[in-house]
Ligand binder design. Structure first.
Ligand SMILES: Nc1ncnc2c1ncn2[C@@H]1O[C@H](COP(=O)(O)OP(=O)(O)OP(=O)(O)O)[C@@H](O)[C@H]1O
Ligand SMILES: [Zn+2]
Length: 648
């Protein structure tokens, strides 16, 4: 039961919720039942069938409608007298500016991606509004509190980067099914259906061109009059047969490894089935390109079955054919999407054929989809627990009860009888470029890199700015926005194509530039250091930004060990991520010592970095507690009451 003081804080508040998905639905219900009276919700999505199992405010009949609006209507049914204002929009829209944020007592995030979270963090800082941030993945979850000047901001600490694998493991020496999936998705699928000009480590030449003056042809090129089936067989033999033969010729690689087996269509005894399969008459008529299915055409029904090599080969050939016949217009622009049935089918089939070649156990489409889409199945209970914790923290924030703020981690298994681990928040990180505006340093070749490279690779990708303005002293080098005069827009467009040292106000070693995002009201100072050379493999951007609270790249230790010595390419990595969302950071239970340095655990996990789909997360907090035994730890006792334990 809330005290009177709490009730009065709740009733007088105006709350902004961002995200009306898994956490958001639970959160809106809990806010309404906790007597909150004025709630605004932003969500840019419409309801999908796959949301219904856990986003309980939505029903089948709501599919296709705005999440924010339907969530509002559903809650008003049992709390008709409160005010809920929905916005079916992206929180990054310019309408949601600092003035908009200033209208709220607290902002509560129920988002699923880093980009939006960073954006909201910046707006909350600029508006001086407290933020309660949250995330869940399977049984894991966390709620953190961010109040300007008092606690760290969302970006004060590094976020775990996607798990990556050495390129050589993916291209030459896979030892796990996940390696085959990454190969099929990031290399093969990208080469077949993505941008043809992209850099890609897949062997694309039909033969080694070194001996001849003629450049070898790109096998992935679909020749004008080439029959699609013929094309499919050619690709099959090249990637599963020829490329493996080439790999085998490098004998050193296989001295301590099992040799892979080249697989050609003729080996799979497909002669007859090729004739039968791909009967397009059998494809159900559908207007939705994402529902075209090779499995259906072939008559494979159960996605949980593990297909044989021959079945995988049939699916591969059929899916390739369907892409060309049914979705030809998309070819050249596709990137893997876990909700694209045909894409999942071809990636599953290709990964399985490769796995077969390397003696790795095959997997079902269902399993392969989980791995490729990095799906950790959501647990509705975790969302409910996290939503409850968000409301608890929101109430403390409304009462300005700073000393009782807690960041709480929800674990899968009890650790010291705790499933919920509260941790005192940390002070702002003095070197955070977001909340402490600490200058950054950029090493760059100022006579080779263009302003466009700087904008794309640094300002947008690294600093997460969407409406940047770049200044050198009083000179404005670049700006975006609707209100720009035509001549200025032309000047900025021309500047983008100039190398830094040749800009109207030249940027060279020693220059200090300011980058400002007008919407986020964030300004970064960047000290420029000219550097002549960059290592193409280790520093592929050709520029290095330092001073960020940088992401920790999680190396797959086993993969590194297995392949570390095999090629020169170990430092290069392939990301297993299709998208940068669902990021969840699990931090150790260092507590009580606000301002003290903390480390991410070695095996820190995040939902988007664990491909097994099963996160062995319990080790993280438990290890952390054990390691931090002598530190102050705040625990919940059996009755749920908070006790503060001080270590010796
Ligand atoms: N930039 C954004 N602006 C507004 N809403 C956003 C933004 N980014 C994400 N969201 C919303 O945050 C919610 C996150 O919810 P959740 O993690 O349950 O994802 P989901 O898309 O509903 O489910 P799933 O990804 O598991 O299919 C989604 O409803 C999504 O629309
Ligand atoms: Zn910060």
């Amino acid at each position: 039961m809330a005290t009177e003081q709490q009730l009065s804080a709740i009733k007088g508040s105006k709350v902004l919720m961002v995200g009306a998905g898994g956490i958001g639905c639970e959160l809106l219900k809990t806010l309404a039942l906790s007597e909150f009276q004025d709630i605004h919700i932003i969500d840019m999505d419409t309801i999908e069938v796959s949301n219904l199992n856990r986003q309980f405010l939505f029903r089948q009949s709501h599919v296709g409608q705005s999440k924010a609006k339907v969530a509002r209507d559903a809650v008003l049914k049992f709390r008709p007298n409160i005010s809920i204002t929905p916005y079916h929009a992206n929180v990054k829209d310019p309408d949601f500016n600092v003035d908009f944020f200033k209208r709220f007592s607290v902002v509560l995030n129920g988002l699923d991606n880093l980009d939006a979270r960073r954006h909201v963090n910046r707006l909350c800082l600029a508006a001086g509004v407290p933020l309660v941030e949250s995330g869940t993945t399977g049984f894991l979850g966390q709620v953190t509190v961010h109040v300007k000047g008092r606690t760290e901001c969302y970006e004060c600490q590094p976020k775990p980067a996607p798990k990556t694998y050495p390129v050589c493991t993916i291209t030459s020496t896979p030892s796990k099914f996940v390696h085959c999936i990454v190969w099929a998705k990031d290399l093969l699928f990208a080469k077949l259906f993505g941008d043809k000009n992209q850099e890609n480590d897949l062997n694309v030449r039909s033969s080694d061109a070194s001996g001849s003056s003629e450049p070898a042809e790109d096998v992935f090129e679909h020749k004008k009059d080439e029959d699609v089936e013929e094309y499919g067989r050619r690709i099959y033999d090249h990637v599963f047969g020829h490329n493996i033969e080439v790999a085998l010729s490098n004998e050193d690689t296989w001295k301590k490894r099992n040799k892979p087996r080249p697989i050609y269509i003729k080996d799979v005894a497909l002669a007859e089935v090729i004739q039968q399969n791909g009967n397009l008459d059998k494809v159900p008529v559908s207007t939705d390109p994402l529902s075209v299915s090779a499995m259906t055409t072939i008559g494979l029904k159960n996605p949980q079955d593990v297909w044989s090599l021959a079945e995988n080969s049939r699916v591969f050939l059929e899916a390739l054919k369907l892409f060309f016949l049914k979705r030809g217009k998309e070819i050249g622009n596709l990137s893997f999407d876990k909700d694209d049935q045909l894409a999942v089918e071809i990636v599953t089939a290709a990964a399985n054929i490769r796995a077969s070649s390397f003696g790795i156990p095959l997997h079902s489409l269902f399993e392969a989809k989980g791995i490729a889409g990095n799906i950790v199945h959501a647990v509705a209970t975790t969302n409910a627990v996290i939503a409850g914790l968000i409301v608890i923290e929101a109430i403390k924030v409304l009462q300005d009860d700073v000393k009782n703020y807690r960041m709480t981690y929800c674990l899968e298994h009890p650790s010291r009888k705790m499933l919920l681990m509260p941790v005192e928040p940390f002070e702002p990180n003095k070197s955070c470029y977001v909340c402490s505006e600490t200058p950054l340093t950029l090493e760059i070749n100022t006579s080779r890199s263009k302003l466009r490279d700087f904008v794309e690779k640094i300002v947008k990708a690294k600093l997460g700015m969407s409406q940047p303005m770049i200044m050198h002293g009083h000179a404005l080098l670049y700006e975006v926005g609707d209100g720009l005069e035509e001549d200025m827009a032309t000047t900025y467009a021309a500047n983008l194509e100039k190398v830094l040292a040749q800009l109207p106000s030249p940027v060279t070693g020693g220059t200090v530039i300011m980058v400002e995002d007008l919407q986020q009201e964030l300004t970064c100072t960047i000290n420029i250091k000219h550097r002549e050379e960059f290592d193409g493999e280790k520093e592929p951007d050709g520029m290095i930004l330092s001073g960020l609270t940088e992401a920790l790249v999680q190396k797959n230790d086993e993969a590194s060990k297995e392949n570390g010595a095999s090629t020169s390419n170990v430092s290069q990595t392939v990301s297993v991520e299709a998208e940068e969302d669902d990021e969840l950071q699990i931090l150790p239970a260092v507590s009580g010592l606000a301002g003290k340095k903390r480390k991410l655990p070695d095996n820190a996990n995040s939902s988007n970095s664990d491909l097994s789909g099963v996160i062995d997360e319990t080790k993280i907090p438990r290890k952390a507690i054990d390691r931090e035994d002598s530190e102050a730890v705040v625990v919940l006792d059996g009755n749920g009451e908070r006790k503060k334990k001080r270590g010796q």
